[in-house]
Design a protein. Sequence first.
Length: 315
Amino acid sequence: MKLLQCIGKKVMLAGILISMGAAYKTVPALAAEMPVKPAAENSISENALSENSVSENALPDNPETNGDDATKKNGSIKDTLEETAQPENPSGEAGGAEVQLEEVVEVQEVQEEQPAAVSPDQFQTVNYKDQILTDWQQILDALASLTPQALNGYGDGDKTLVMQLQNVESIPAAAKDSIAPGETGYTKILQCSLGSGVSIVLNGSADNSGFRGISNTNVSVASEKRGKKSVAATVQFASHEDIGAVVSLQVNLPQCSKGTKVSVYAETVAIDDEGNVTVGENACIGTTKAGENGNVEIPIQSTANYMFVYKGAKE
């Protein structure tokens, strides 16, 4: 009997030792299944926490030993992270979407502020420094306060200032007031290019008090040979208007060298008080000499048909 009891105790003691040994061996096995990642891999940026970085290192792999408690803890940690990751926004909307929307609106506002491109065929200033002006009121305001600093190519010592315009289809009567010397001390000249090498020039130092403006400055330009050596160039305005003051007509003559003698002809135009126009034959109104590149300048008081006859340069 004692022998049997002794054997039984030894068997129980062996069973206990075997159980302890089995339990001891399971601990490193669990640790091997849950490797700890380096801190660099588990780093968490602001407002962008990763769920995997927490679940892989904080939760055990064996659901049987943890049961519902592990699931509840997992869920509470995930909910806390999701709440922390959301930016504060009293309106309840997604903060990131709102920031993106504001950025888009700002970009659109910047694009709207950019000035529209100006076509080279559009009426505009040529040498005004600050910006390209395309409206007569803007141009008249700029002329009234014109200084050398406002024009390209001028210095502080310049006293005669020429503002250049191109694609001019009309000239308002108010131009006479804007080019008047006033108190600035500058002589202001307005050069209006009509195209095809033709310009009308208003000089502020002259008496422009009677200037009525020109409603139609459209011109057609042509040239033809007269005999073996002569050339006749014509500048014909689309309408006949009494300008009311003396302005200059500048023309760039083809096949004309510097110093060439040029005879100038003009239609005889009579306009009565009711505006009726009577056009006579061309008459020679004088002679002039061509300047650089065959440019000539003559004084006119009305828009009409003008002809320039000269000896053509050899081609």
